[in-house]
Design a protein around this ligand. Structure first.
Ligand SMILES: Nc1nc2c(ncn2[C@@H]2O[C@H](COP(=O)(O)OP(=O)(O)OP(=O)(O)O)[C@@H](O)[C@H]2O)c(=O)[nH]1
Ligand SMILES: [Mg+2]
Length: 352
């Protein structure tokens, strides 16, 4: 008999074995823990009070793939909805290395010093592959991470951009209900993620570098059309002259684009995220935009259009996944794929 089993076989005065006592105490512990798990209602009221632990818990539920969690997440979002909305949502895009994270750090700190509460979220098209996240480099946001008026949440992972985007959209609502009045969403300007971010923000900021051609920067014409402002970053040191030149060129180019639905004329600005220059001017520009778009009702209109878009998008995603998850469809698809492999059918006949 080992020392351990000998001790658990020991009996106390009442004749209760040690192992029974241990079991009883672990059961109590588990029961207490279960009790400690907040209910949906508790989570909602804690989020509204600005409790970060509750907010993080709710976001974890939103990001879960467990249907039970999703059901709870939906109830929480419903409960939070009426407390959300009074915010400014800013999308920030640009090629890798342009300085998005550094910019968000500088911008976020500026905003917190003027009394704002800032939430930073991300959509990372690569995270579904690498399981990593765009904000994994929280080191670039060293000070912001520690700031009690800032909340930074890494990009959710997922198998489809649609799924990741849905999670981020719902996270925006939770953050707003928790009192964050400025939401920043970072994404790399490659692939489709910038379109997804554009369809969930009020203001879309494109960061660029001077001296590199558009092809080099991987920036498509479409992104420039989406931008409400272009900031040429790293306008410091030896780079300043080139940045000033780029500003003139971009300003000229912007005038060739058709007028935006918001009737807003995007500006080209210079900034240095590293030296924290141009940050204040950008914030002023964003504020003018908000004022302008609220005056002509575009702000409200845009948010409603975005909600309609996401309704349709969500239905489409659900239909697709429900369809492909049906056992009969799964079997039929497997069979038809094999027939195609063997040259025994055509894609159109197989699809029928
Ligand atoms: N000189 C100068 N360097 C900068 C500036 N902003 C960022 N950098 C540097 O550029 C590099 C990339 O900055 P990040 O903030 O990580 O860029 P990012 O766009 O977030 O990059 P990804 O997350 O990889 O897409 C870092 O070495 C920064 O220190 C700036 O305004 N001036
Ligand atoms: Mg980054």
């Amino acid at each position: 008999m080992t020392k351990k089993s000998k001790s658990s076989a020991l009996q106390n005065k009442e004749g209760v074995s040690q192992s029974e006592i241990t079991n009883a105490s672990s059961i109590t512990k588990i029961q207490q823990k279960r009790k400690a798990k907040p209910t949906t209602q508790e989570l909602i009221s804690d989020i509204i009070k600005g409790n970060i632990t509750a907010l993080s818990r709710a976001i974890t539920l939103v990001e879960s793939s467990n249907p039970k969690h999703l059901e709870q997440a939906n109830d929480i979002i419903k409960g939070c909805l009426q407390y959300a909305n009074a915010s400014v949502r800013i999308g920030i895009t640009g090629v890798p290395g342009v300085g998005k994270s550094t910019f968000i750090e500088a911008f976020g700190i500026h905003l917190t010093t003027i009394g704002k509460k800032v939430a930073v979220l991300a959509i990372d098209p690569s995270s579904s592959l690498s399981k990593g996240s765009i904000l994994g480099d929280k080191t670039r946001m060293e000070d912001l991470v520690k700031n009690e008026n800032a909340f930074i949440r890494p990009s959710p992972s997922g198998s489809s951009l649609g799924g990741v985007a849905r999670k981020t959209r719902e996270t925006i609502i939770l953050c707003e209900a928790a009192g964050f009045d400025t939401i920043m969403i970072e994404t790399v300007g490659v692939g489709q993620s910038e379109t997804a971010v554009h369809s969930m923000v009020d203001f879309f900021l494109l960061l660029k570098l001077a001296g590199a051609g558009d092809e080099l920067q991987g920036i498509k014409r479409g992104i420039i059309e989406m931008a409400d402002a272009i900031a040429i970053n790293k306008a410091d040191g030896d780079n300043l002259k080139a940045a000033k030149l780029a500003k003139v060129e971009f300003n000229r180019a912007l005038h060739l684009y058709p007028q935006k639905d918001s009737e807003w004329q995007p500006k080209v600005m210079l900034c240095s995220a590293l030296k924290q220059e141009g940050i204040e001017d950008l914030w002023k520009d964003i504020q003018s935009y908000i004022e302008h778009s609220k005056e002509n009702n575009y702000f409200e209109h845009n948010r409603k259009e975005q909600n309609k878009f996401w309704l349709l998008q969500t239905i489409e995603d659900r239909l697709k996944s429900d369809f492909f998850n049906q056992p009969t469809i799964k079997d039929a698809l497997k069979l038809q794929l094999q027939l195609i492999e063997d040259d025994k059918t055509t894609p159109f006949v197989a699809a029928e």
